[in-house]
Design a protein around this ligand. Structure first.
Ligand code: PRP
Ligand code: ZN
Length: 285
């Protein structure tokens, strides 16, 4: 039986979260990231630990069937791979940054300047769209030190928490691109491997739905059941259970995490009491 080969980042921002996602999908990986390869004990999958920059190429060449990496790398490398799923973690942006003591008026300030980056293609396109001519200094890593050693006037690099820029005396002045972790595929998988990918995606969606939703339980006066149910449509419809107290019921439903605070005030004004909100582990819609 063939195994689905998945490439994940060897070390860096995406590594831990990529492995956590597989774990939450019930996939047990036997050894750590010290080796190049790891096998799962309970799912026909083989994990390859690679530099994220190399993942698009390995997937295009089908050394790996699928890969988890930042959308930024996918766009930069321009390989023949397709994004099969947005994974919603490792959100970051590719930004232009300059020394913090420099004034900034607008993107025209970059005219004639030297910009250090590991993303020459994305940056070139951005500059062209803004009709700015600047010199692009391509470097593989530690881009943030380029201005302080006199290699460049500015940098174009990934910003996540912003601490790398801060510790290097730089300030972010333009966002070039927003990015997050995605899953890519070569689009040339055998039927057997496509089926495995579908199975994996099914699990990933269940995990992601679960974390985006909460289970909500509350007590409602019977007269408010209809109005409260309309606010909490749930997956099909809410569950209504009678309380051992006349005129009251318990309503169970599912609510989107980001809509919860908007709904809560309305629930209270409709007379809801004893509201409990609990996490969901997996959610199959
Ligand atoms: C980026 C970037 C910085 C860091 C920024 O590297 O080059 O080093 O993340 O994060 P912060 O704003 O939280 O400090 P990335 O993780 O993409 O790894 P790589 O470029 O070394 O592959
Ligand atoms: Zn990288």
């Amino acid at each position: 039986m063939s195994k689905l080969k998945i490439a994940v980042q060897k070390s860096g921002r995406l590594n831990e979260k990529s492995l956590l996602l597989l774990k939450e999908c019930g996939i047990k990986i036997s050894n750590g990231t010290s080796k190049l390869k790891a096998e799962a004990q309970n799912f026909p999958i083989e994990v390859l630990f690679l530099r994220d920059d190399d993942i698009p190429q390995y997937v295009e060449q089908q050394v790996a069937d699928i890969g988890i990496l930042g959308e930024n790398e996918v766009l930069e490398k321009g390989k023949k791979v397709s994004v099969v799923e947005q994974l919603g973690f490792a959100a970051c942006r590719l930004s232009l940054a300059i020394p913090k003591n420099k004034n900034y008026q607008g993107v025209r300030d970059f005219e004639g300047k030297r910009i250090a980056t590991s993303y020459p293609n994305i940056l070139a396109e951005f500059l062209q769209n803004n009709a700015v001519k600047a010199e692009i200094e391509e470097i593989g890593g530690s881009v943030e030190i380029a201005p302080s050693i006199g290699l460049a006037d500015a940098v174009c690099d990934i910003v996540s928490t912003g601490s790398t820029l801060l510790t290097n005396g730089l300030k972010e002045v333009e966002t070039v691109l927003n990015s997050q972790a995605v899953m890519i595929s070569s689009g040339q998988l055998s039927t057997e491997k496509s089926e495995l990918l579908e199975k994996l995606l099914f699990r990933i969606r269940a995990v992601r739905n679960a974390s985006a939703n909460k289970y909500i339980l509350l007590n409602s006066p019977d007269s408010a059941i209809e109005a409260i149910s309309a606010l909490l449509p749930g997956m099909k419809s809410p569950t209504i259970l009678p309380l051992n107290r006349k005129g009251w019921s318990s309503i169970h439903s599912v609510v989107k995490e980001d809509e919860f605070w908007d709904v809560i005030d309305q629930l209270k004004s409709l007379g809801a009491e004893g509201i409990l909100v609990v996490p969901i582990e997996k959610m199959i819609v």
